[in-house]
Design a binder for this molecule. Structure first.
Ligand code: GDP
Length: 289
């Protein structure tokens, strides 16, 4: 059984967003794609490359406060080797976002120099911000813009109109026109979006989702996780994820009548603690070599 039970998928949405983005591409010099540093593959829209084609682009690896720092560096290098400027950012504290304007200017260096050579002294740079729901677009725009119009929304998939924000004199950003969905018809992508809280919990099988998260945690053996649940490394060596969920529930005294473990409650607690960064920093996807 998949953890994704009844995702509503409307192909028409993608067609509409694609048209909206393509129409707005004419208005901008570059695209800033925000991804989740913990899931750099699953948090991307698979059609984006074909939509934006050769438009200059920067990648903002957001939520890097919750990702494994050495993996983030591997991704930055991977993007660099593919000719893409990527920067790690953390919109919660603002770390890294001061590099945004300079990285866009770096990508547009030739264009800006050409404009200056033509006598255009201070051309305005316009950038479209794109990304799947919940990746942190509103939080990012709130942090960088002077006119605080954007609102952070906890609900995935909230549609917004064409909105411009001024960053500096001569530097403006446009919020994503339309909703750019992830590829959540793919089971693994759906699961990873669910761990990281990008998809609502109500549509998930919570225990199954917690088990999928434990599949990672038991391999990583991050000391923060191991110590938090007072586990022994050898205890989690060959354990099934469901048994590990029971063990964690027992450690927390989550019992139901008859001495059985309340694995549903344990699952909710585990996902909650992971999402509030109490179990350590993890990156679930690494670049291919
Ligand atoms: P949007 O749908 O892309 O506009 O995403 P939002 O800006 O509404 O952010 C979704 C959630 O992620 C909110 O709860 C934010 O507080 C949170 N968030 C955004 N950026 C970061 C970050 O860098 N680190 C952490 N830990 N949380 C973040």
């Amino acid at each position: 059984m998949s953890v994704m039970q009844n995702i509503q998928w409307f192909p028409g949405h993608m067609t509409k967003t694609k048209r909206q983005i393509q129409a707005s591409l004419k208005l901008v010099d570059a695209v800033a794609e925000i991804i989740d540093a913990r899931i750099p593959v699953s948090s991307r829209n698979p059609d984006l490359d074909s939509i934006i084609q050769n438009k200059p682009r920067v990648v903002l690896m957001n939520k890097c406060d919750m990702a494994d720092p050495s993996s983030t560096q591997k991704w930055i290098n991977y993007f660099k080797n593919n000719g893409i400027v990527a920067i790690p950012i953390d919109c919660k504290t603002g770390r890294g976002i001061n590099k945004f304007v300079s990285s866009v200017n770096e990508v547009l260096k030739e264009k800006i120099e050409k404009q200056k050579a033509k006598g255009l002294l201070n051309p305005t740079v316009r950038v479209m911000i794109v990304g799947i729901p919940n990746v942190g677009k509103s939080t990012f725009i709130n942090r960088i813009s002077k006119n605080r119009k954007a609102k952070a929304e906890d609900k995935p998939g909230v549609t917004r109109g064409n909105q411009w924000f001024t960053i500096n004199k001569g530097f403006e950003v446009l919020d994503t026109p339309g909703v750019l969905w992830p590829k959540f018809e793919d089971k693994i992508v759906g699961e990873r979006l669910a761990f990281t809280g990008a998809v609502k919990d109500q549509i998930m099988d919570t225990e199954l989702l917690a088990m999928r998260l434990l599949d990672f945690l038991k391999v990583e053996k991050n000391p923060i996780f191991v110590e938090r649940f007072k586990l022994q490394n050898d205890q989690i060596e060959d354990i099934e994820s469901y048994e590990l969920l029971e063990l964690i529930g027992r450690k927390r005294g989550m019992l139901i009548s008859g001495g059985e473990i309340d694995t549903e409650r344990a699952a909710i607690m585990l996902l909650d603690e992971y999402r509030s960064a109490k179990l350590g920093k993890y990156t679930f996807e690494l670049p291919e070599n």
